[in-house]
Structures are given as structure tokens and as C-alpha cells.
Ligand binder design. Structure first.
Ligand code: ATP
Ligand code: MG
Ligand code: MG
Ligand code: MG
Length: 495
């Protein structure tokens, strides 16, 4: 089943159960001090749960563009190394605002997975909240009893607060949840460990696909829980993971969500991707495959963030986007050996693939392409020199520590890479980690403070140093500030 059809069937199913289908909220949040990006389907409905606003319908379903790269839900470190965590992903969701509760939510989830999508029942596991004395929330007997009617008890697993008590952030609506996991192991693999019940993370092919959250509480700023005025349902299913389960593949990257992007990368760079690789974070992997996965993942996050109005910049959400893109650029440069901007060419593929459902990407295809191309060109201007400096620093450090061989480079050098060559701190950390090395955060921060003090002293810096790329073209993107530290504004000039 093609991904377009998978998405449509989800929305059709919940429409048939009386749900109003709404559009995804933008990926970037502008007015929520507790959250930078939409990290889940429920974020846009938070006020409904809290009882501060009334929804258009008490049953809603949609697919939400999510980004998990900061705050409580941050998967960035895993992306590219496993085959089912993305920076940006779609979360299919259905909601009840004070309407139906556990019985309908669980029964419909099961009906959709096993009767509409026809996932074999013997490939599914579920988990139920075991309770927490610390939070004074009991074992979820009600969910257990509902599941018991649908699935054999040895496939119902108890989960702790970490996995089965869902929270959007440090504050906000929360509650016990019941997750559904799909087991994509081969028959031989299953036989080899028969009798042992598996949950997510025990094996890379046993993957959580859907979380059904029963919202009953609000986490207050002081950390305590209070009862919400009503009980709600909030579910989230990973669209790309569902496509993996339905397309008979063992990696999200082998679904039609990613294959056109991977083909384009191969076409541009000549690099070959190994399909159906079962990547495991804890084992060494082929660097080319990792690089390709990182690039096709990251371009989606960056392209959709820009299409939603968040340009790469030096502060806040904009810097998160810039960091993600620079991470992808460096993977292409080092492991695919591409020294020219090329990631921007993937935007056309994305617009073609997703533009029908998400018109924002189609409508702003040229703009997004130009922003990414300009970002690539800018970082590529300093990347090579920065990497050479880093190599030298690593070699010098090794010389200084001949017996240990490995070690920490100076935080001041990491800062120099940031300041002079535009290396985000986490990129330097990632490159060092590949060599089993690190740097001191405190030293980095000290250098940063010293630099800020210097720049405050010389605050008469001009910010008008950006250039017009396409003169005479009205309302066209023309470039934006490139300097790393002085300029905090990102802007577009109409010419
Ligand atoms: P995991 O344990 O795999 O990290 P999660 O428990 O953090 O997932 P939830 O917060 O429960 O995820 O989100 C609901 C669903 O969204 C998950 O069941 C999963 O299918 C999907 N999902 C979560 N994080 C990601 C991600 N980084 N990339 C792709 N899909 C994701
Ligand atoms: Mg997670
Ligand atoms: Mg989980
Ligand atoms: Mg979960």
C-alpha cells in the first residue's frame, strides 16, 4: 500500500467514526513558551484538554508534522543510526475531547490495524501502564481489561512511567498510555528467541507504532499532577513506521516516503544505499548508509520548517534548523564526498511527493530550495578549512596523550570552530565522537562568554553585509545574514 493511501485510509477510518478531519498545524510554534516545535499531534489541542478553549468538534483526526530535536522529546542523536526515528515525521492522530474514552479508542485502534490495514494479529504487542506510587497513579486495569478481549494476555506487557505515562513537555496535559508495537522479525528470528516476550528497543525490528494516551492530568510548573476537568483521548501513530509495517520492509527508509529521496541522492552523488539494512544503534554501520539516511531525513525537517516560516538563523528555533542542515551538509561532504551544494535539489522531490497533501511545500518550493542552497554554499565555504583545523587539533591532542591515544580537545578550539568556521557545537561533538573523543563544554562556554564580552565592547558592527542574489525579481528570496555571532536577525528583502 502506497504511503498516500495509508494516510488516506487512516483519515477515512476516523471520519467514518464521526471525527472532523483537520489540517496539520505548522511545525514551528510561535506562541508557546514551553515548546519550540510541534513534537506531537496533541500540541495544537493543548488548550482543549486544559479546558481553556472549545474545539469545533469533540472528535478530531489529522496527520501532524512533528519535529523531535529539542526539549523533552529529542531523537536527533538516533537519526540515521536506527531506521525508525526521524527528526521530522508525521503523526497520525485521533482525539476525543471529553467524548469517548479507553473502550472506543482501543477497539478502533485494533480494528484499523487488523481489519483495515490487515496487520497479522500475531505480529502485534501492546503495553499498559503498570502504575506509579510516586505519582499516585494506579495500574491501568481498565485498559488491561479492554485489551484482554482483543489479544492474548502474553502479548500485553506492563510498562513503567518512562514508556507508559505520556507527557508533552515538563508541563501540560498528560496521562497513562497504551502502546502498540509491531514485530517485523523473520520467522527464524522469532523462533530463535521463542517464549521471550519482546517490547520496543529489545530488538530493532520490534517497533512501537501507535500510542493511545488517556489524558486525565495536567503537570503543573511545580511538578505536581492535577486532575483535568474532563477525560480525553489523544493518540499518535508514526506514519513512516506504519508504512514500513504495511510495505513489507524492515526500515522506514525503504518505504516510498524515502525511496524517491534516496534515489535522487544516489543519482547526484553516485553513492549506493543498501536497502533493508537492519540498523542497530549499538553496532558499527556503513558510513555511506548513515550519511544517506541523515540527509534524506534532515532535508524534510529543514524544508518543512522553512515552508512554515522558520528560516535558519543564529538563535532559537532558527539555529536548531541551521544545526540540522549543517549536520546533513557535513555528512554529505565527508562520507559522500560532495563538495558542492546538492541537498537543495531534494526539495523538488519532496514537493512532488508531498505537495498534494501539504501544499505549503509545493507553493514555496523555489523559496525553500534557494534558502537551503544558500545555507549549503555558506557552510561549504568554511567546512573544509574547519575540518582541517579539527584534524590537526585531534592529531596534536593524540600527540599530547600518546599513551591513551584518545582524549579531549580543548573547548576553546571547539569554540574557534564555531566562531570562525560556523561549526555548531553539537556537530563538533559528533565528529569527535566518531573518533571516540570529546571536548569540555565548560571551556567552550567560557570562550563564548569572553567573545560576547569583546563583541559588546565593539557593538557598532554593521549588519548590512548580505547580498542580493536575484536582482530585479520582486518578492524573491535574496539571502540573509551569514555571520555567526554578531547578527541575530534573519530577514528577507523584497527587491
Ligand atoms: P519511541 O519509544 O520509539 O521513541 P515514543 O514513545 O517516544 O517512540 P510517542 O511519543 O509515544 O513516541 O509518539 C507516538 C508515535 O509517534 C510513536 O508510537 C511512534 O510511532 C511515532 N514516533 C515517535 N517518535 C518518532 C520519531 N522520532 N520518528 C518517527 N516516528 C516517531
Ligand atoms: Mg521517543
Ligand atoms: Mg516509546
Ligand atoms: Mg510512545
Amino acid at each position: 500500500m502506497k504511503s498516500q493511501e495509508v494516510r488516506k485510509q487512516f483519515l477515512d477510518f476516523f471520519a467514518s467514526k464521526g471525527h472532523l478531519i483537520v489540517a496539520s498545524a505548522p511545525i514551528v510554534l510561535k506562541d508557546d513558551p514551553t515548546l519550540m516545535f510541534n513534537n506531537s499531534g496533541m500540541a495544537q489541542f493543548k488548550e482543549y484538554f486544559l479546558g481553556n478553549a472549545t474545539p469545533k468538534s469533540n472528535r478530531i483526526a489529522d496527520t501532524q508534522k512533528c519535529l523531535r530535536v529539542s526539549g523533552k522529546h529529542n531523537d536527533l542523536e538516533d537519526v540515521g543510526f536506527d531506521t525508525y526515528h526521524h527528526t521530522m515525521f508525521e503523526m497520525l492522530g485521533n482525539w476525543s475531547f471529553g467524548d469517548y474514552f479507553k473502550k472506543e479508542a482501543i477497539t478502533w485502534a485494533w480494528e484499523l490495524l487488523t481489519e483495515v490495514y490487515k496487520i497479522p494479529k500475531e505480529n502485534l504487542y501492546v503495553s499498559v501502564f503498570e502504575g506509579s506510587a510516586e505519582e499516585n497513579v494506579p495500574f491501568d486495569q481498565e485498559a488491561w481489561d479492554i485489551w484482554k478481549e482483543l489479544i492474548s494476555e502474553d502479548r500485553i506487557i506492563l510498562g513503567n512511567k518512562k514508556d507508559n505515562f505520556w507527557e508533552m513537555g515538563d508541563q501540560g496535559p498528560c496521562g497513562p498510555c497504551s502502546e502498540i508495537h509491531v514485530d517485523l522479525r523473520t520467522a527464524e528470528e522469532k523462533a530463535a528467541v521463542s517464549g521471550k516476550s519482546l517490547v520496543n528497543n529489545d530488538h530493532p525490528q520490534v517497533v512501537e507504532i501507535w500510542n493511545n494516551v488517556f489524558m486525565e492530568f495536567n503537570r503543573k510548573a511545580d511538578g505536581s499532577l492535577e486532575k483535568l476537568p474532563a477525560k480525553h483521548v489523544d493518540t499518535g501513530m508514526g506514519f513512516e513506521r506504519l508504512c514500513m509495517a504495511l510495505q513489507g520492509v524492515t526500515s522506514n527508509y525503504d518505504t516510498d516516503v524515502f525511496t524517491p529521496l534516496i534515489e535522487k541522492v544516489s543519482q547526484i552523488t553516485g553513492a549506493k544505499y543498501t536497502s533493508n539494512e537492519v540498523a542497530n544503534v549499538s553496532e558499527p554501520q556503513d558510513k555511506t548508509n548513515i550519511a544517506i539516511r541523515v540527509i534524506v531525513d534532515h532535508v524534510r525537517a529543514v524544508a518543512f520548517a522553512i515552508a512554515d516560516g522558520q528560516l535558519p538563523s543564529n538563535t532559537g528555533a532558527g539555529y536548531v534548523i541551521r544545526r540540522i542542515l549543517r549536520r546533513a551538509i557535513r555528512y554529505g561532504f565527508t562520507f559522500l564526498d560532495i563538495k558542492e551544494p546538492f541537498i537543495n535539489q531534494l526539495v523538488a522531490v519532496l514537493a512532488n511527493q508531498m505537495g498534494e497533501f501539504f501544499p505549503e511545500i509545493k507553493l514555496q518550493e523555489t523559496f525553500v530550495t534557494n534558502v537551503i542552497r544558500e545555507e549549503e554554499a555558506s557552510f561549504l565555504r568554511t567546512l573544509d578549512q574547519g575540518l582541517q583545523l579539527l584534524d590537526k587539533v585531534i592529531a596534536d591532542t593524540k600527540e599530547a596523550l600518546p599513551s591513551e591515544g584518545l582524549g579531549r580537545i580543548s573547548g576553546a578550539k571547539a569554540f574557534e570552530l564555531y566562531d570562525t568556521f560556523g561549526f555548531p557545537k553539537d556537530l563538533t561533538a559528533l565528529i569527535l565522537k566518531e573518533k571516540g573523543m570529546s571536548f569540555s563544554d565548560a571551556e567552550f562556554d567560557n570562550s563564548m562568554q569572553a567573545q560576547k564580552a569583546r563583541s559588546r565592547a565593539a557593538s557598532e558592527v554593521s549588519t548590512e553585509d548580505w547580498s542580493v542574489l536575484i536582482p530585479g525579481n520582486v518578492e524573491t528570496f535574496v539571502g540573509y545574514d551569514q555571520t555567526e555571532n554578531e547578527v541575530k536577525i534573519t530577514r528577507i528583502r523584497k527587491v
